[in-house]
Design a protein around this ligand. Structure first.
Ligand SMILES: O=C(O)CCC(=O)C(=O)O
Ligand SMILES: [Fe+2]
Length: 206
């Protein structure tokens, strides 16, 4: 047997971003073509468009979401409280692949569906109490490539970081990333197709 090192997927690569612990893999093996996983998730997920309250005014989020996880892992953000749906076979399989790649355990996943270039996610940190002091978040992207932007919270001399997240990529955020940086997905003027992003998380028991 010959060992062909170059045939293997590139491992997660640590990005040199100050005050953050972020790694990235351009392409991971999901066990089936990414466009098939994308189609299945778009078609079979009970998507919801949540309302959020910002400065006392209700808005619909500019994307669709679904929340899956182990029983009882209720998650709340921006005044919404989500009861998880139970893991589907597809999502449990993706979770297991990601867990092995990053050597972490996850008990929930938030799915975000950006229907086209007009959908977006505002700047935020995933720093809710239930994620613990140093949240570990593994984010898988499927479909259209969108730009993930990071902005430091307290050091304006650090330029925003822009990362293109292609279909099949994996981004891992851990350590003090959420404490020090915000991130978001801007809407864009250039039309693009749908994108589904899965952020695997670990909710700490109360
Ligand atoms: O769509 C993305 O890449 C970002 C998703 C995200 O930040 C989140 O779900 O908290
Ligand atoms: Fe986030």
């Amino acid at each position: 047997m010959t060992l062909d090192l170059f045939a293997s997927e590139p491992a997660l690569e640590r990005l040199q971003i100050e005050d953050a612990e972020i790694s990235f893999a351009r392409q991971i093996d999901l066990g089936e073509p990414t466009d098939e996983v994308l189609r299945e998730l778009i078609d079979s997920t009970p998507w919801r468009q949540e309302a959020v309250t910002i400065y006392g005014k209700k808005h619909l989020q500019p994307r669709l979401v679904a929340w899956y996880g182990d029983v009882g892992r209720t998650y709340s953000y921006s005044g919404i409280s989500l009861e998880p749906l139970l893991w589907t076979d597809t999502l449990a399989k993706l979770r297991d692949i990601v867990q092995d790649l990053v050597n972490e355990r996850f008990n929930s996943v938030l799915l975000n569906y950006y229907r086209d270039h007009r959908d977006s996610m505002g700047f935020h940190s995933d720093d809710e109490k239930e994620l613990g002091p140093t949240p570990v978040i593994a984010s898988v992207s499927l479909g259209a490539t969108r730009t993930f932007v990071l902005k430091h919270k307290t050091r304006p001399e650090l330029s925003p970081v822009r990362l293109e997240l292609p279909s099949g990529s994996l981004l891992l955020m851990k350590g003090l990333t959420q404490k020090n940086w915000k991130h978001g997905i801007d809407k864009q003027s250039k039309p693009c197709g749908p994108r589904v992003n899965l952020t695997f998380r670990r909710i700490v028991p109360r």
